[in-house]
Design a protein around this ligand. Structure first.
Ligand code: ZN
Length: 452
């Protein structure tokens, strides 16, 4: 795949390796929807991009929800009747059900059993479970270990606390020429899970770096939020300014080697839906386009009817549809540097479409203008691409009546957006196009309240 900005494949490979290294670095941290794990994660991300960290106090009402108490965990284990640690949080943070209340007790296997989760059909993997909004406790373990448990008295310890504290989220505004925004959101609340959580964080971080180094029309707002409660909290605190969001993407499960999946926004025909579909159709991997459904990640909140923002969700293998999902097998080996690099390239290409889109007017619309006498055919050259470059010129001239955008032209011609944009630039240079007045008068924002 070629993106104007990512010319050298060497660059892309190096970016893939760097994103994978970030995944490996973040992997051991025990994240949850609140607590020190999220803070540590965001602090590491802040070494790479100037993220602003926000803290919102427990108990704060956010629409129909309240910010929960803060969960901290120091240690957890189960000892068998011989005093051997048969479950040890220090070996894998998936062993403890996230948000478990503190426990210190002795009990029989029969009493312990309802608090244990395993995967009989994947006996070597540890499942990932949470108990965010119901006070409970539990452990997760591989089924093969569970099957070796004998009857007798077990000792259980969860050294954790659930206290008033705060919810942490990260926000980064990469300002552009306009106050109109593109929202990029990822969740940061899963513990040692790579595709579901860390892949989105890695791609969002490197996309922010990439966009920061390029001229931009749009401002890009990156959110690193705990799932559901984090996006609801952000929406509640920023309700008055969400009308700046013109386009948005939730990034998740974006580092596995599977083909791409794009879930459309609730609107279904937003420019982001069309731009993502266009880019994905023009790359060389399998693609599945899905309509919106009110299930999944934070697009559920951005696309709730009170907001209905044009935010889609970009994934590779969708959540719940790959066996490693929410298990210890969603590890650093499952996520690949090459896949992360392709995902970053797709995101950059989508941004390039958003940045390069526009509507123009053909200044010589009566009959086709003669391109030869202006030297435009010669400029196009006689190479293999010359036919499609010529077609792009003809399509742009034909559809540039002020009502069609360049994305319309790309869709209708089935040409890559890059070729269409290049043709428009050539025609602009020769005075055969002029910019069309903005299609709609958008609300104007004055000043920028950056990264609040
Ligand atoms: Zn998940």
């Amino acid at each position: 795949m070629t993106v104007g900005w990512l010319e050298a494949e060497g660059d892309l490979a190096a970016l893939g390796a760097a994103m994978h290294a970030l995944v490996v670095r973040l992997y051991p941290i025990c994240r949850s929807i609140t607590g020190p794990g999220v803070r540590e994660t965001l602090r590491l991300v802040r070494e790479m991009v100037p993220l602003e960290l926000h803290e919102v106090a427990s108990g704060t009402e956010v629409f129909d929800w309240a910010v929960p108490r803060e969960w901290s965990i120091r240690d957890a284990w189960v000892k068998d009747p011989h005093g051997r640690k048969v479950i040890d949080f220090r070996r894998s943070n998936l062993h403890v059900v996230s948000y478990s209340r503190p426990v210190r007790a002795r009990m029989s296997l029969t009493e312990l059993r309802p608090h244990l989760s395993s995967l009989p059909d994947r006996p070597r993997w540890i499942p990932y479970r949470t108990t965010y909004y119901a006070e409970n406790w539990g452990f997760c373990l591989s089924h093969e270990v569970l099957e070796r448990f004998e009857e007798g008295e077990y000792e259980v310890c969860i050294d954790a606390s659930l206290d008033d504290g705060s919810l942490t989220y990260g926000e980064l505004l990469v300002p552009g020429a306009s106050d109109d925004e593109v929202l990029i959101s990822c969740h940061v609340c899963h513990p040692s899970l790579c595709n579901d959580n860390l892949s989105g964080i890695a791609v969002a971080t490197y996309l922010a770096r990439l966009l920061s180094s390029r001229p931009r029309r749009y401002s890009y707002r990156f959110l690193f939020v705990p799932g559901t409660i984090g996006s609801i909290t952000w929406l509640c605190r920023n309700e008055s300014r969400v009308d700046r969001i013109r386009h948005g993407l939730v990034l998740t499960c974006i580092g596995d080697p599977g083909g791409f999946t794009y879930k459309r926004s609730r609107r279904g025909d937003a420019v982001i839906d069309r731009a993502a579909a266009h880019v994905l159709r023009h790359q060389d991997r399998p693609v599945e386009l899905r309509d919106f459904s009110p299930y999944g990640y934070d697009e559920r909140q951005y696309c709730s009817p009170g907001f209905d923002l044009p935010v889609g969700c970009l994934m590779r293998s969708p959540h719940g549809e790959f066996p490693q999902y929410h298990t210890s097998a969603d590890d650093p080996d499952f996520v690949r540097a090459e896949a992360l690099a392709q995902s970053l390239a797709v995101c950059a290409s989508v941004a390039a479409v958003l940045e390069g889109d526009g509507a123009y007017v053909n200044t010589s619309p009566k009959g086709e203008p003669r391109l030869g006498k202006r030297g435009i055919y010669r400029a196009v050259g006689g190479g293999l691409d010359s036919r499609s470059a010529e077609m792009a010129l003809l399509w742009v001239l034909n559809l540039s009546d002020g009502r069609h955008s360049l994305l319309d032209v790309a869709e209708r011609s089935a040409l890559p957006f890059e070729s269409v944009r290049r043709a428009a630039d050539t025609l602009l240079q020769h005075g055969l196009l002029r910019e069309s007045a903005p299609a709609s008068s958008r609300p104007q924002h004055h000043g920028r309240e950056g990264g609040a």
